[in-house]
Ligand binder design. Structure first.
Ligand SMILES: C[S@@+](CC[C@H](N)C(=O)[O-])C[C@H]1O[C@@H](n2cnc3c(N)ncnc32)[C@H](O)[C@@H]1O
Length: 394
């Protein structure tokens, strides 16, 4: 008789391209144990050494000789060449091409699971060839793969962030991890109308507009240190209606404890923390994933359709041995209680957007063909006037 009192052995993890450990923190919250981290960027290493002091840290994946004997290999490989914010050189670009080292390491390893995370644009890039390359490589190595696009807001954080999660295995069914949960999109009533996020650096062709949320925190642009998004607080005092959140707010919007990246300050300028946080996986996403890796669920196979080579990649799919199916799965596997934006960002403590940034953005917006709320334009005008007044009064 098996002893049912004995807890199952926790799954072990090797985290490649570990960044600040968003994947590993979530997997550990689900009960797993990290055995190896691989990350070459000094500020990220400083955070990992501080937050995972007992875990071996290797620097460059190109010099990693072999993977340790672990159950799960994770790899949020660089999105610099894939994201719209980046250079879009593609999957074989200098940064994103690093994924080939993961594939080489997998030739001689037998983890139970491989987990990859990347930007939504990976599905569309080069008319789907980036994705085609990845899944064909997994198929060549004998893996069954599945992926699902998810929105971080399912975890309850007020950040609209769409990311592709791909799970592959030679021995298990990745569908039982990715498609066992379906919660459908949040109702509109979850979102309040008292704060809106936007990118003040945009305003020509888009706004990054988000209701009761911030738009995706960015990290991978490669064009320098990314700026924070801004928010419009509708009923704020003059001078506090257009503000930018603090880095600690951003950490919380990614599911990390506040100050998670503080150790980076030992080796880098404060702005670097935005890049670290913007690069990361939302911790609640990897916690969901970790729970399912430990305890795979049942899959409803209805709604699957054959996916032919060359067809547009859908938001969820799976395949093996050259056969592929699209899956009808929403961006919302679970639905955790929503934390409203003003409950995470203390607007009274956030920095007002500068006069220059506000007027620049407002001018672009007025010249653009974008649709926006008249009250928003009015709030930008009043904020500029207030900031101009406070400068001349000083
Ligand atoms: C998209 S980020 C991953 C973020 C991570 N999943 C997290 O939650 O923080 C990609 C990471 O890969 C790292 N990286 C890029 N090339 C590398 C290499 N050759 N060896 C090790 N790490 C590398 C980058 O420094 C960056 O931190």
């Amino acid at each position: 008789m098996p002893n049912l009192d004995v807890a199952p052995r926790p799954l072990t993890v090797a985290g490649l391209f570990a960044g600040i450990g968003g994947v590993e923190l979530g997997l550990e919250a689900a009960g797993m144990q990290t055995k190896l981290l691989c990350e070459w960027w000094e500020p990220a290493q400083a955070v990992l050494k501080h937050r995972f002091p007992d875990v071996a840290l290797h620097d460059d994946i190109q010099t990693l000789q072999a993977l340790p004997d672990v159950d799960v290999v994770t790899a949020g490989f660089p999105c610099t060449d894939l994201s719209q914010a980046g250079r879009t050189a593609g999957i074989h670009g200098k940064a994103s091409g690093m994924v080939k080292h993961l594939l080489e390491l997998l030739e001689d390893a037998s983890p139970r699971w491989v987990v990859i995370e990347n930007v939504r644009n990976m599905l569309a890039l080069d008319r789907g060839t980036a994705m085609e390359y990845l899944v064909s490589e997994f198929e060549r190595l004998g893996y069954t793969w599945a992926y699902r696009l998810v929105d971080s807001r399912f975890t309850g954080v007020p950040q609209r962030r769409h990311r592709v999660i791909l799970v592959a295995s030679r021995t298990e069914d990745p569908r039982s991890v990715l498609f066992a949960d379906e919660a459908q999109e949040r109702p509109e009533s979850d979102y309040r109308e008292d704060a809106f996020g936007f990118y003040w650096t945009e305003g020509n062709t888009g706004l990054g507009w988000a209701q009761d949320a911030l738009p995706t925190l960015k990290g991978g642009s490669g064009l320098g240190i990314p700026s924070s998004p801004a928010m419009w607080v509708c009923n704020a005092e003059p001078g506090r209606a257009i503000v930018t959140p603090r880095i600690e707010d951003a950490e919380e919007l990614q599911g990390f404890p506040r100050d998670w990246t503080q150790a980076a300050l030992k080796v880098a300028r404060p702005g670097v923390r935005w890049k670290l946080v913007g690069n990361a996986v939302t911790v609640g996403v990897s916690t969901w994933l970790g729970n399912r890796l430990q305890n795979p669920g049942n899959v409803d196979e209805t709604g699957q359709l054959i996916l032919l080579k060359g067809m547009k990649w859908p938001t969820a799919a799976w395949g093996n041995s050259g056969e592929r199916w699209s899956v009808s799965a929403s961006l919302w596997p679970e639905k955790h209680p929503y934390r409203n934006l003003l409950d995470v960002v203390d607007a009274s403590n956030a920095a007002p957007l500068s006069l220059r940034a506000t007027t620049g953005f407002h001018t672009r917006l007025l010249k653009s063909r974008l649709r926006y709320r008249e009250e928003f334009s009015q709030a930008l005008k009043e904020h500029s006037e207030y900031m101009a007044g406070s400068i001349s009064a000083a």
